[in-house]
Design a protein around this ligand. Structure first.
Ligand SMILES: NC(=O)c1ccc[n+]([C@@H]2O[C@H](COP(=O)([O-])OP(=O)(O)OC[C@H]3O[C@@H](n4cnc5c(N)ncnc54)[C@H](O)[C@@H]3O)[C@@H](O)[C@H]2O)c1
Length: 249
């Protein structure tokens, strides 16, 4: 069997880096795409040191020219890309009346338009292979709403709607499209930057969870590993909650 090639965006840190390590352990060759090329190289080097295959790619997911170049480099080195994890995202807590046009547009450009751009650029490889897995990292804030996250939760709601529509369009090509909405995942750059702005301490938040703990990047990577596998050809358009029971729909 030829080795599958996976592209993970926002892969230099946090959840994305853990997803890279997990998919590499599953036997895939990994494109570690991020704005932050120094840390992306560290993630790729760690995978290579563990016996896996990975390369770092620098691009902003919001920039079609940069993403086109990065995907071409990945394809050239490792082959067609048939697993895509749209994970890159930005977040912040801003009261609604203080949200500026600039913040709104930047959030949409990275979280929502970036998902659209990268998917569109990778898609021809999946259609040629008549097999593909697109996994979008959304957020539980899109399901429940979150105070101070109007732009962020709107962008992630868009990611969920995008997932559903693509599943309808691409199922006939052997391509599944699903999304994973995390709740609080500790230890990531995003979580550490925002945890003091949250209404509860991490300990209080953990006690509110049905499973009595906050999430870890590995919790998300486990779900992504399953969604990226051969086992999920009949799972598409779905929102796979990995949130300790914070949101149950
Ligand atoms: N951590 C959480 O609690 C949590 C909760 C819900 C959803 N999420 C979602 O999970 C995903 C990963 O979150 P995380 O906590 O690991 O974040 P993080 O901030 O730790 O890592 C995000 C990575 O994305 C990269 N990035 C940002 N903008 C980019 C761009 N334009 N192009 C390419 N790369 C870019 C950053 O450089 C960084 O390496 C995000 O989509 C986030 O919205 C996280």
């Amino acid at each position: 069997m030829t080795q599958k090639v996976a592209l993970v965006t926002g892969a230099a840190a946090g959840i994305g880096a853990e997803i890279c390590r997990r998919l590499a352990a599953d036997g895939m060759a990994i494109g570690v795409l991020d704005l932050n090329i120094a840390d992306a190289k560290k993630v790729a080097a760690g995978i290579v040191a563990s016996g896996g295959k990975a390369m770092a790619l620098q691009a902003s997911v919001a920039d079609r020219v940069e993403v086109t170049g990065a995907v071409a480099a990945l394809r050239e080195s490792f082959g067609p890309v048939t697993v895509l994890v749209n994970n890159a995202g930005i977040a912040g807590f801003v009261p609604f009346e203080e949200v500026t046009d600039e913040l709104w547009d930047r959030t949409m450009a990275i979280n929502l338009k970036g998902t659209f751009i990268v998917t569109q650029i990778v898609l021809p490889d999946m259609k040629t292979a008549h097999w593909g897995r697109v996994i979008n990292i959304s957020s539980s804030s899109a399901q429940s709403g979150t105070v101070g996250m109007a732009a962020y939760s709107s962008s992630k709601g868009g990611v969920i709607a995008f997932t559903k529509t693509l599943a309808l369009e691409l199922g006939q090509h052997g391509i599944t499209v699903n999304n994973v909405p995390p709740a609080s995942i500790t230890g990531t750059v995003m979580y550490e930057a925002n945890k003091n702005l949250m209404p509860m301490t991490p300990e209080q938040a953990a006690q509110m969870m049905p499973v009595r703990r906050l999430g870890e990047a590995a919790d998300i990577a486990n779900a992504v590993s399953w969604l990226a596998s051969e086992a999920t050809g009949y799972v598409t358009g779905q929102t796979i909650g990995v949130n300790g029971g914070r949101v149950i729909v």
